[in-house]
Write a protein that binds this ligand. Structure first.
Ligand code: ZN
Length: 259
């Protein structure tokens, strides 16, 4: 299942550049091997080339996926498309889910694959790049980076980890646990995701509200500069996390993480 080169016998004869070979092999691999992590439908189907922002569609639950692949491990930052387009996708609920596939160029095997549910792609993680220079072919075009390091751990769901295939039900259950975010307004769920990330960064099983303000208020204010009352927003978000079984609120005024 992990061997990419099984899926296109003639690719090495038909293409010269490694990036073209990788694109053809990974696309065929996704169409042959990848299931839908949001409903466990056995297949996802490929959109015709360049037709959509997304590359694949689940015919059953209609989730869309964009696949990115690299022979290097994915780090903290992911290059993505045009900045303003991406922001308008977020605001209008049109962002696709992402698959990030890391393969080896030596043996064309899948090493790592993880899935970022679309409801974790929010304004807080989209950073504007410098526009292309006047002399560039697409002068003025402004791309964006996705800061995946700002996403909570439930937003990076491993499907294959160091060559090991993770059980489908684990993948699905993590998605399911967080899927309440998909039903929220894009501006609200960005906050929920940012607050959850701070809860995890604290690395504490129990914490008080005051401790949490101290730890996260400055950072969250910087992420949301237009918000006039960050503390109220934090309290609201902790409540959302509690209502959805991610946190517990004890009688002694402490929050606990539920693992
Ligand atoms: Zn599906």
């Amino acid at each position: 299942m992990l061997n990419l080169s099984l899926y296109q016998k003639n690719v090495f004869r038909n293409y010269k550049s490694n990036s073209q070979i990788a694109r053809v092999l990974t696309e065929s691999w996704f169409s042959s091997e990848m299931y839908c992590p949001c409903c466990l439908n056995e297949k996802i189907s490929k959109y015709p080339n360049n037709q959509k922002v997304a590359d694949f569609l689940c015919d059953s639950c209609k989730n869309e996926f964009q696949g990115k692949s690299s022979s290097k491990t994915f780090g903290k930052i992911l290059n993505d498309g045009e900045y303003h387009t991406m922001l308008s996708f977020v605001k209008n609920n049109l962002t696709p889910n992402f698959f990030l596939l890391h393969y080896s160029k030596e043996d064309w095997k899948v090493k790592n694959l993880y899935f970022i549910p679309k409801f974790f792609i929010n304004e807080s993680i989209i950073i504007k790049r410098n526009p292309l220079s006047k002399t560039a072919r697409r002068a003025g075009w402004t791309g964006c980076n996705l800061l995946i390091e700002r996403i909570p751990k439930e937003g990076k769901i491993y499907i294959i980890n160091k060559g090991e295939i993770i059980d489908k039900s684990n993948v699905y259950n993590t998605w399911k646990k967080m899927s309440f975010l998909g039903k929220k307004d894009p501006s609200t769920r960005g906050w929920t995701s940012d607050v959850l990330k701070c809860v995890q960064q604290q690395d504490k099983e129990k914490f008080t509200l005051q401790e949490f303000y101290k730890f996260s208020k400055k950072y969250l204010q910087e992420l949301h500069p237009h918000n006039k009352n960050v503390e109220a927003k934090i309290r609201q978000q902790l409540q959302i996390l509690r209502d959805n079984g991610i946190l517990r609120f004890d009688s002694r005024g402490t929050y606990s993480t539920i693992t």
